[in-house]
Design a protein around this ligand. Sequence first.
Ligand code: FUC
Length: 694
Amino acid sequence: QFPYQPFGDLLLEFPGHKNAGRYRRQLDLDSGVTTVSYRVGDVTFRREVFASVPDQVIVVRIAADKPGQVSFTAKLDSPHPNGSTTAVGSDQLALRGRLARFEYKRIKQVFESVLGFEARLLVSADGGKTKVTDEGVDIEGADAATLVLAAATSYKSFQDVSGDPAARCDEVIRVAADKPYGRLREAHVADHRRLFRRVDLDLGSTEASRLPTDERIPGFAEGNDPQLAVLYFQFGRYLLMASSRPGSQPANLQGIWNEDLQPAWESKWTVNINTEMNYWPAEVGNLAECHGPLFDMLDDVVISGRKTAQVHYGCRGWVLHHNTDLWRGTAPINHSNHGIWPTGGAWLCRHLWEHYLFSGDEEFLARRAYPVIKEAALFFVDFLVEDPETGWLISGPSNSPEQGGLVMGPTMDHQIIRDLFASAIEASETLGVDEDFRRQLVELRKRIAPNQIGRHGQLQEWLEDKDDPNNHHRHLSHLYGLYPSDQIALGTTAELAAAARKSLDFRGDGPVGWGRAWQVCLYARLGDGQLAYDRLARLIGDNSNLNLFNQCWASRPMPFQIDANFGGAAGIAEMLVGSHAGEIALLPAWPQEAWPTGHVQGLRARGGLEVDLAWRNGRATSAVLKAGLDGPCRVRPPKGHRISAVRCGGEALPATVEQDGTAILEFQAGKVYELEFDEAFAKSPRVSRHALPD
Ligand code: FUC
């Protein structure tokens, strides 16, 4: 498989600015604009940069607070050896080339490259002199200048590289050239806010939030900076918006932000946890359209994965192993202890199903989700074999990702296949199709090896009871059943949930960033706010392990790997709202001491709901549920609370409140439900260690 590589660099040089002072660099999450400002002598310079989805360009604006002060050179450069720059007319610079043969040193292979590329930089200055030559752009004595960058390759799809990058750049630049900077910025900010402002989270803020981000990170674990958790959450949403929009590739191991020709793990899509984790915040974080590129990639791997299913296994359907790339590789890869793992595609099918669970969109289910899910299920109909000892159907040869060697019957495979079959069964029923196939899946599903509890009281990772309680491996594969799946849940399978907890506790606090992020989600599902918060604190601010770089990029600890940014964001959401195993849980894993007062608006829950919550001094004060679909659902209040009244359209609803304080509500699409709580069950109020201002 081929690495994801950087395109090139835009290099700006400002003569005389070496001794700048009052330097400040910021990213405003609410507008999606990054700003650099500094002073040279008595002039303040300000640079704004944003990447615009509506105009498909990167825009740089350079300005000064005194006239005629903007002078700089701009060059385009590429790490690909076959690139060169040429002036295009009086206001554009082009960087053109073809990818060279690529020597992949680590695995000693040479790839022939097939892609051509072109980038175009459009320059416009207010006043001063502008000169564009083949070497670059020279601006002298302007009041301000705008640079607009477009870039394209000849890639159209994994089967078609006949694209014309020059024509694509022309078209994009022509449209952008007609718009002054202000209009480009407005269009970008409007597009950005349309998505970003859907969720508002406030966990309170303290003096610490006035400090620069790099100074806040190491102190997070000590407490007293709840706003940094909000920043982590919203930065995660921002990163997903910035790396995965309709029409783009999905976010890879580094999102899109890789600067190396030979990046770590080729900056691909590793699908035994990393790619899935990237998309955990998509639905709950109210960014469902950002999930789209993953579904587009699934359509491709169905095509390449059919061949792999045939050639490697003589099976029908499609299969995707450990990872994939731009060319949609699906075959076994690397080494047998991780590369021969046939359930990567099946896990990704869960994302199609989740999109349906959150939205209830039957059109999507019929057209996009079910066909992919069905064919993935077909593969396992052929692939599963009967275990001669137990008679159960098992998966193999396979592995529990990245440890334990090539085995038969790892637990994670069975959990994933059980979910896959369940979604195929339910979808075919909802859509009223494929009755015979459904019946076959129902029968096979019953025979798949079950989740087993082993001699240490643990959830067995393997078919045999051979787990080592001292195994601190980074992967938490068999806990897939607890999160992201709800096959194991406190309310429905209490004994398995207790066993899963044991396995999770055995693993320790997790040696890598994404592992900690997963643990936040897992402890949240177990209703343990304290440990969920502990893992979040270690993820954000554990100086010993450095899971976060200065600017909030997640670190594995090395190198930068984006999954933990997304997994941590999903974990924070999961602590605030749960929607699985047949109920909506409000503040299910609430660290009351760390976050005594706050509110959240706009989180989405399965079943077409949008959730707003507020709490104060350790007590939930209100919950508002906006229903997008009809149907009943149990609502679970925060621990120690009891639902006391439900109002809809100003009128009290007769809701039956059960012994445990939960209530079943009959939702109607388009209606808004307001919940009140009483504190009959409330323990003595818990007040934060750190006094928070109102
Ligand atoms: C998985 C992990 C590694 C790394 C790689 C990109 O295979 O086991 O730790 O994150 O993906």
